[in-house]
Design a protein. Structure first.
Length: 329
């Protein structure tokens, strides 16, 4: 569908942050020290513990700056959260809006898609009572943080939670044939959510194939405050499938980050020519985020953790056993 929402500028890193500093984020993902974003207040998306601390985030030359400033005001970011008209007469109307509280955007949404829902897992989406907090002045963390194994890592502008690449089995969401709509989303026990950016010539999604091909489009925001743009037709992931035998059971251990093999860093982001950092969606793993660059609080940070791909002690997430097609936690 046509992007009907205003598009704020990318978040700008402070002066003096070298582009190479963030592009070379090959450090293992770990937990940041401070809290500057949070998961939904209902806590349903949090089911595991934080991994051990990762390596310091450093680059060539000067250390990466500890803080970042925003290229868009809080009011501009808040105004970008909106849902389109209902596309599903049998579902509740989609809702997404945001207000500012200082330098924090408070997003409220019901998680109903504003594009045509096609059932790929049992049951229609139900309206949720989501509250997300997103900083508009994000802070680059001393160490990156792993994304949740099962649960939200960010939210789209129309208010749909964004999940990582892991399905309830612990394997890759792409390992289960037919589990996702063409749009890269599906319904689950925790509600409707998006795992990857998909497009279709036959049905409406967040963006049409032509829009994605034309250049990066603002999809939403990660919980550390950095924006998420489409990048499927512009950028390639630097993660490689190195153990296909684990693809369907432990996708993080199945993949290895290979610095410089693609266009993006370990977290699936990059700094543009203007010094702005953002995450970009890709066709290949990890599809949206590989880890968080900014300071963030998550209580299910396992993906991309500090003990190599996937983190220490990873296995099927709590609640993931016996779920089969149709259910992540």
């Amino acid at each position: 569908m046509t992007d009907h929402r205003p598009r704020p500028t990318l978040t700008r890193l402070v002066a003096g942050v070298a582009v190479a500093s963030l592009i070379l984020l090959a450090a293992a993902c770990g937990s940041g020290d401070d809290t500057s974003a949070s998961l939904p207040s209902d806590g349903d998306d949090t089911t595991a513990s934080l991994p051990s601390d990762g390596a310091d985030v450093t680059g060539t030359g000067d250390d990466v700056a500890a803080t970042a400033s925003s290229g868009a005001s809080c009011e501009e970011v808040a105004a970008s959260f909106a849902a389109g008209p209902s596309a599903n007469p049998d579902l509740p109307d989609p809702e997404s809006s945001a207000v500012c509280d200082g330098d924090t955007v408070i997003v409220t949404a019901n998680g109903i898609p504003d594009y045509t829902y096609i059932e790929t897992s049992p049951g229609p989406p139900a309206a949720q009572d989501y509250t997300f907090t997103i900083p508009t002045d994000p802070t680059v963390a001393a160490a990156t943080t792993g994304v949740p194994l099962i649960g939200s890592l960010g939210v789209t502008l129309p208010g749909v939670p964004i999940y990582g690449p892991t399905e309830g089995t612990g394997g890759d969401v792409e390992s289960i044939e037919g589990i996702l709509m063409e749009c890269g989303s599906h319904n689950g026990p925790t509600g409707f959510h998006l795992h990857l950016l998909g497009t279709s010539e036959t049905t409406d999604c967040d963006f049409s194939p032509e829009e994605v091909a034309s250049g990066p489009q603002l999809l939403g925001y990660a919980f550390d405050g950095f924006p998420i743009y489409t990048g499927n037709d512009q950028y390639t992931s630097s993660w490689e499938l190195t153990d296909a035998s684990l693809f369907a059971t432990d996708t993080w251990s199945a993949h290895t980050y290979v610095d410089g093999s693609g266009d993006l860093d370990e977290c699936n982001g990059r700094v543009d020519e203007d010094g702005n950092y953002a995450y970009y969606t890709t066709d290949a793993f990890p599809y949206v985020l590989g880890c968080f660059v900014g300071e963030v609080e998550v209580t299910d940070a396992g993906g991309g953790g500090g003990a190599g791909p996937g983190g220490e002690g990873q296995g099927p997430p709590p609640g993931g056993e016996g779920q089969g097609p149709g259910g992540d936690g």
